[in-house]
Design a protein around this ligand. Sequence first.
Ligand code: GLU
Length: 315
Amino acid sequence: MSYDISKLQSLVDEALSLGKSCSGGANANYIPFLASVPPELCAISIVCCSGEIVHAGDYDYGFALESISKVCSMSLAMQQKGAEQVREKIGAEPTGLPFNSVMALTVHQDKPLTPLVNAGAMATVSFLDAPDKESRWQLVLDFQRKMMSKNVHLSEDVNTSEQETNFHNRAIAWLLYAAGNCFSDPMEACEVYTRQCSTLVTCDDLATLGGTLANGGVNPITKEKVIDPDNVAPILAEMTMEGMYDFSGDWAFLVGLPSKSGVGGGVIAVVPGKMAIAGFSPPLNEVGNSVRAQKMIQHIANRLNLSVYSPSPSL
Ligand code: GLU
């Protein structure tokens, strides 16, 4: 499918000015590094399945991937173990509670329910076949690079800031372990999970990550086959249910695209078979979603009538 790229560029430019005019929200501050990122940064990128990129704003600024890394580790686990094993061991249900909720574990017999919350992401990392911590990390990093680009790298600054403050996640990892739901050493799982959140990506990289899913598992830029097509629908289903934190239901209603958000200020939205839209701007609303990225993506999705639930999509 081909698009009128100049029309898409005008829409992206329009979305950027709309995003920039949005005030409100605040940088995540429970991770010291994130609090120091300039809040005025704002970017929007689209990667089409054909490989074309349309972008505006600070699309080449490197920011922390954070929770969006959970899409990569979930996809990797499905590649290694099959989607059904991931559903059985980790789960495929929304928790209805914040991404780092201990209560969500307590009320579900310490089962994480989904790979897209902190507990589920640590369980997912622990579930990967790897002989030791460094090989586990290398697998995760390599997979992020395959879904995005080889430029994705660990930020020592972000990682140090997170490893020195991730006490809550360490507690969650021990709870999982106590219940038999952590499949490696729990501190190894927590450390690798924390590193996977601490890689730096650009808005174009994020759109490529989403584009790999939109394109049936083939990275639209490198053309490498990264994900088995059979795993794509389960990945997108998980993103729909839990990807936008406690706003996932509202997001499905308002935008209708499988998406994932991270506390670094990034959001990806996948339009299966067509494209992915990524937005970035650090200030978050109370549930943890970037105020401006949501606004920009919603504008584009609504204007192009992209909802997967629409009976008459316009593209
Ligand atoms: N590293 C962050 C944490 O574990 C990621 C959270 C997020 O982006 O949702 O709390």
